[in-house]
Design a binder for this molecule. Structure first.
Ligand code: NAX
Length: 324
């Protein structure tokens, strides 16, 4: 399998590449070839990372290619993990950020459209992840829309961990967690459909104030808390979630569980059609299906609507910029 990683010389890349090469994605018996995309000024640093990959002598690493031309790097790839993005610099307005990322994700969408393998799956980690995925998808008309997703698995994993800690249960006892909406502070981590040890999580917690004033903001603002503590943004956990998401997408989610993925909305749960929004999904052999039939009460409705309204605003902004 040929796996492309963009932003490969960045922080997340430094963790992600070694996990991919050691077999965390498909298991140690299925060799992968890495195709690493970076901007020109970062290629030297990337060469150093490749030297380290060599020095690990990973048995499952079939080859590594690096470069700054997406048409070359994406040629024949089966999975593209789009991690590289332009961070918000000093004095940059939101519109500037969308525009700078728009340039990256239009070019990468077009390149994937023309050279990726027929079975390509694309996972976007680089922020603003949902809208970057929308831009790439809109610029790749020959790739089926369901092949694009944006990462909310880190938020999902954070929510599981917080709930496990609160209830004293192991993380493996927490199932059916859902992140709805945007990978941003408006995201809605939903415990009302989650279970702890087979029981409804909200009932096990039995503390509405904790859910509202502790759990939801802790999960939604976890990225900022990590920056505050570490001096730089989540990297190893983001790499781990990127792999969890891709692995489950390709190999399937557990039969008694679901995962959160931002995928193109078909209007389910009144999320406007066409937005890339996070839903509860089950996955199997590279396909995902939105879990249907969950009751959404008023508490959840307001929060899902607020996050999808933000996504609609981002979509409108990139539409105005002519990026989609
Ligand atoms: P870094 O700034 O360390 O690395 C980004 C890398 O991308 C840099 O090496 C840069 O040269 C490269 N890059 C920029 N433009 C590129 C282009 N056109 N083609 C190829 N490479 C390009 O950031 P890092 O900490 O690795 O984070 C990467 C992205 O992930 C950021 O946008 C960040 O906001 C986002 N995150 C997303 C998360 C999620 O859950 N969806 C969580 C973690 C992280 O915040």
């Amino acid at each position: 399998m040929k796996v492309a990683v963009t932003g490969a010389a960045g922080q997340i890349g430094y963790s992600l590449l070694f996990r991919l090469a050691s077999g965390s994605l498909l298991g140690p018996d299925r060799p992968i070839e890495l195709r690493l995309l970076e901007i020109e000024p970062a290629l030297k640093a990337l060469e150093g990372v490749v030297m380290e990959l060599d020095d690990c002598a990973f048995p499952g690493l079939a080859g590594v290619e690096i470069g700054s031309d997406p048409e070359k790097i994406f040629d024949g790839v089966n999975l593209a993990l789009l991690v590289g993005a332009r961070p918000r610099g000093p004095g940059m307005e939101r519109g500037d950020l969308l525009e700078a990322n728009g340039a990256i994700f239009t070019a990468q969408g077009k390149a994937l459209n023309s050279v990726a393998a027929d079975d390509i799956r694309i996972g976007v980690t680089g922020n603003p992840a949902n809208t970057n995925a929308l831009i790439a998808m809109s610029n790749a008309p020959d790739i089926p829309q369901e092949r694009f997703s944006a990462l909310t698995r880190l938020d999902h994993n954070r929510a599981i961990s917080q709930l496990a800690r609160k209830t004293g249960a192991p993380v493996t006892d927490v199932k059916h967690m859902t992140i709805w909406g945007n990978h941003s502070a408006t995201q809605y981590p939903d415990v009302f459909h989650a279970e702890v040890g087979g029981r409804n999580a909200a009932e096990v917690v039995d503390d509405q104030s904790w859910i509202e004033n502790d759990f939801i903001p802790t999960v939604a603002k976890r990225g900022a808390a990590i920056i505050e503590a570490r001096g730089s943004s989540s990297a190893a956990s983001a790499a781990s979630a990127t792999i969890d998401a891709a692995r489950d997408w390709l190999l399937g989610s557990a039969t008694d569980d679901w995962v959160s993925m931002a995928v193109v909305s078909d209007g389910s749960y009144d999320v406007p059609e066409g937005l890339i929004s996070s839903f509860p999904v089950t996955t199997s052999a590279g396909d995902w299906t939105i879990v249907q039939g969950l009751d959404i009460d008023d508490f959840s409705r307001v929060r899902i609507d607020a996050s999808t309204a933000e996504l609609a605003e981002e979509r409108d902004a990139v539409r105005e910029l002519g990026l989609i």
